[in-house]
Design a binder for this molecule. Sequence first.
Ligand code: UD1
Ligand code: CA
Length: 487
Amino acid sequence: MTDQVTAIVLAAGAGTRMKSSRAKVLHEIAGRSMLEHALVAVSGAGVRTTVAVVGHDREQVAAAVAAYDPAIVLAVQEQQNGTGHAVHVALQSLGSEPGGTVVVTYGDVPLLSAQTLSELLVDHRAAGRSVTILTADVDDPTGYGRIVRDADGGVAAIREHRDASADELALTEINSGILVVDGPFLSRAVQSLEASNAQGELYLTDIVAKAVAEGLPVGAHVLEDVWQTEGVNDRAQLARLGRELNRRLTDHWMAEGVTIVDPATTWIDSAVTLAPDVTILPGTQLLGATVVGAGATIGPDTTLRNVEVGERATVERTHGSDAVVGADASVGPFAYLRPGADLGAGGKIGTFVEVKNSTLGAGAKVPHLSYVGDADIGAGANVGAGTIFANYDGVTKNRSTIGRDARTGSNNTFVAPVTVGDGAFTGAGSTIREDVPPGALAVSAGPQRTMDGWTAAKRPGTSSARAASTASSEAAEAEPHQEATGE
Ligand code: UD1
Ligand code: CA
């Protein structure tokens, strides 16, 4: 029964105070640009057509809009002559007049939710208004447009800070900038705006007084949650809203059954998914499209970006990206999972181990001090401490394979491409350059040579020589019978 809704997202402003080569609306909180937060909110509110108005840094912003949804209409505002002008440009690029309802929102108000936009639309329709403004009562209204109400408390106008009288400046109800308006009225109203104000701009806010003058019903939807109306103009505000959004995300996941020991040092991106009974220890960042299964424990001091962690797995003091950790597997402490690391169920990637573009089968273990690059390690195999997969010959990278239930010795080097067969063993300190058949033992280190008395002969007068001399006389005293039976 809902009429068709068109959204206009304003994102043409300069963002000078960010002092950035990146467009303001492309700065991120919780792993999404502010623009993307705005587009997600609009998509979630049942909007049919969306127009994004771009101007400053238009190539960057237009590319981000198209990447989010190529169906979004792009309107270029060559000169930023004000919010009224921006909406006029948006309507022109639509071709035909929007028949239904129009929502106007900003690309730099990242906490505004789909739910709030939906409630605004519901309120607008239920009250049968021509214009409904989203407003908030704030402690410090500096800079915002003020909501001017008439004697009966009805909305009469919006007065910009720079155009306001002393009495108006004292008003604390502010215009969030977000509003819902009847499409045909909006089309008409933006064509007759005048720039007779302190900034010499075409103000969208002037449509309110216009509607009132025409006797059309105008009202405000007052939002208690003032964070949702806050815009970002500089990096301090970006950090403030970023922390608040993170607080909301950690609250959300705790309500869903996740234990977060220290929400203040836990950062969770918007697109992360956590199952019930996940435990997150302090100092952990879960970023991008990370997914964590039920009962898993992450942290402390762990950063995972686009990592899939299975049920009941543990990932401790680890840095990982674009990797998979199977159910019941364990990673860390101090592990580095690079793109393409894929650890099977119940497997282990232990301390000071780096893994890249490699698969480890179920129950496979690389417990200590190793580099695993471009390798496939079979289920149940154990890779000894201090192993290097020498995947790079200086020109190309090659893969190596370790068979299932193989046992490779400590301090091995596997010179790729090389294959160790199922159930095979390798000796400690081996450099494996040739394939090892299933069930064989390969040993490459030569037999040990021991030269008695070498230190005294070759390093005389050193502390090592003195220690060696002391050790041999102590050994002699410990065996007096030898002396007695000597000469
Ligand atoms: C605007 C409102 C003000 C409100 C405030 C809330 C007007 C005249 N004033 O003021 O009542 O309290 O927002 O933050 O509407 N933009 C364009 N093209 C333009 C001008 C702006 O796309 O020509 C975009 C900006 O990128 C931004 C948004 O519109 O996303 C608001 O513009 P901004 O200059 O920040 O408006 P304010 O002066 O803060
Ligand atoms: Ca602003």
